[in-house]
Design a protein around this ligand. Sequence first.
Ligand code: 3PG
Length: 211
Amino acid sequence: MSDIHAMMATSPVIPVVAVPEGADAVALGRALADGGVGIIEVTLRTPGAVDAIAALARDGALAVGAGTVWREDQARAVVAAGAEFIVTPGRSLPVWEVCRDTGVPLLPGAQTTSEIADWVAHGLEAVKFFPAQYAGGIDALKSFAAVFAGLKFCPTGGVSAGNLADYLAVPAVACVGGSWLTPADDIAAGNWSAITGRCREALELASGARG
Ligand code: 3PG
């Protein structure tokens, strides 16, 4: 599961998207790609999520991951649809087992020292710190990074254009995730240029944070 580093290196920001059923997932993906963001986490929170993953994987403009994956059947479904990585909001050993068996990289959620330690014990090299902004924010993240040397983090939950640079300035942070890049209204209206613009803004902020 070490390829998670390659996935996280794709972009300093990962859009976390609940794609509404019937939305044009490919157009959405191209809007992200036009904005320089080569990756997406499609959450399994809408009825059309697995179809959206399949459409995006076929299109090939982005690295496509699946998020909010809790159950084994969900993990198998998204792998079959072409998901290149899987994200969980928290602890799910059934999902970990599917990733171990299929070789699909896993970015598992963790909020506490014990949860992070558990994933490290399972051989994981990166975690999603979720919900970052409400579980201690940057100060908590720095404390975790000091304890778990070498572990990489993707803080998500309450991350936005206003604070992404502060998170990315922490060396243990490989990337940040969030839904702010792709508001539901813009997806529903097909307002792709607004989404592309937010991606460009986020990448500029990210490069400012990292020099
Ligand atoms: C997730 O599943 O990662 C979160 O819903 C994203 O959090 P945000 O909506 O606060 O960005």
